[in-house]
Design a protein around this ligand. Structure first.
Ligand code: TYM
Length: 329
């Protein structure tokens, strides 16, 4: 039987974080044998906000190195950079024609920026989820393993594809989002009420996958908890403590209830050292491999161009089918 297709991506607007790993990448690694996998560095998405060319180029190479360091294997999976496959932008235009203004306006990322009073927003930020839909649909994707914040975009992708198929005939496979049961939304260490994001202004709020053991320990020691002095999983009233429990659980696979039992009656200092240990055990081997790939950048570029060639073979066919169905010569 032919394998189902898995597609996912990260956006190089910063360095990859523990949130990216636990919410997404860790699950990709496990699924590489079971699915035909495409893993993309979505660098075209980076320029939806104002970033310099050098910044985006550097983050792209770093994320590529981190993909490999985390265990994505170019012998099993297709690993590539979005801008190297022109069909992404081409399909994005076609999909813009079947996306409604109302749908795009409801996307949280855009809505949040507007609500915060941001003024110089690009049209690309508004149509960003349409490009993401193109990424997914080009490869006849069945599943998209992502963290919780991206589920809304995958839902939109499903709606766009369904409408397109209805209007122009069967063209796209309808994908579905898959989120992990634990770790789908890792929160910040200083602000445990919002997600740990790679472009956070406060580096103490975020654990980067390249952080040293000392940095990890220091950041976790500073993590905000509460004054209840009670180790329990209660996201509403104890968001900081719950976040640390989630991090340990997602790193180790230990169920949260078991951790609560184990740590009951202990102080927050113990919880924090336990968290630091779990994170260091997860990240230290990744960091070593990352340093190797960063020192061998020509290997990275070879992997990306081989990946792009393979990706384009599939993307070209989907693109042709979409154009024909739309009556485009
Ligand atoms: P990005 O780069 O923001 O995040 C990459 C992946 O990491 C997940 N993630 C998290 N999971 C748990 N806790 C967190 N704190 C956390 N932060 C991030 C995200 O949910 C995501 O799965 N638009 C996408 C990139 C993209 C894409 C695609 C994804 C472009 N095209 C096609 C899937 C399919 C993004 O900005 O991800």
């Amino acid at each position: 039987m032919e394998k189902q297709v898995l597609y996912s991506a990260t956006k190089p607007t910063g360095n990859l974080t523990l949130g990216n790993y636990l919410g997404a990448i860790k699950n990709w690694i496990k699924l590489q044998d079971e699915y035909t996998c495409y893993f993309c560095i979505a660098n075209l998405h980076s320029h939806t906000i104002e970033l310099s060319a050098d910044f985006v180029k550097t983050r792209t190479l770093e994320q590529l190195a981190m993909f490999l360091a985390c265990g994505l294997d170019p012998k099993k999976s297709i690993i590539y950079v979005q801008s190297m496959v022109p069909e992404h932008t081409e399909l994005s235009w076609l999909l813009n024609c079947t996306t409604m203004m109302g749908e795009a306006s409801r996307m949280t990322q855009y809505k949040d920026k507007v609500a915060k009073g941001a003024t110089s927003l690009t049209t690309a930020l508004f149509t960003y989820p349409v490009l993401m839909a193109a990424d997914i649909l080009l490869y006849n994707t069945n599943i998209v393993p992502v963290g919780e914040d991206q589920v809304q975009h995958v839902e939109l992708c499903r709606d766009i594809a369904t409408r397109f198929n209805h209007r122009f005939g069967d063209t796209f496979v309808i994908p579905k989002a898959v989120v992990p049961t634990v770790g789908a939304r890792i929160k910040g260490l200083i602000d445990p009420t919002s997600k740990m994001g790679k472009s956070d202004d406060d580096p103490n709020n975020v654990i980067y996958l390249h952080d040293t053991d000392e940095e990890i320990t220091k950041k976790i020691k500073r993590a905000v908890t509460d004054s209840l002095n009670n180790i329990a999983f209660d996201e509403q009233n104890q968001p900081g403590v719950s976040n640390l429990l989630t991090i340990i659980s997602a790193c180790e696979g230990t169920p949260i209830e078991q951790l609560v039992d184990e740590l009951k009656g202990r102080g927050y200092g113990v919880l924090k050292s336990r968290t630091a240990e779990a994170v260091i055990r997860t990240i230290a081997p990744i960091r070593e491999k990352y340093n190797y790939y960063m020192a061998h950048q020509s290997e990275l570029l070879n992997i990306a161009s081989e990946g792009a060639k393979k990706a384009e073979e599939v993307a070209r066919k989907t693109m042709l089918r979409a154009k024909q169905n739309m009556g485009l010569l």
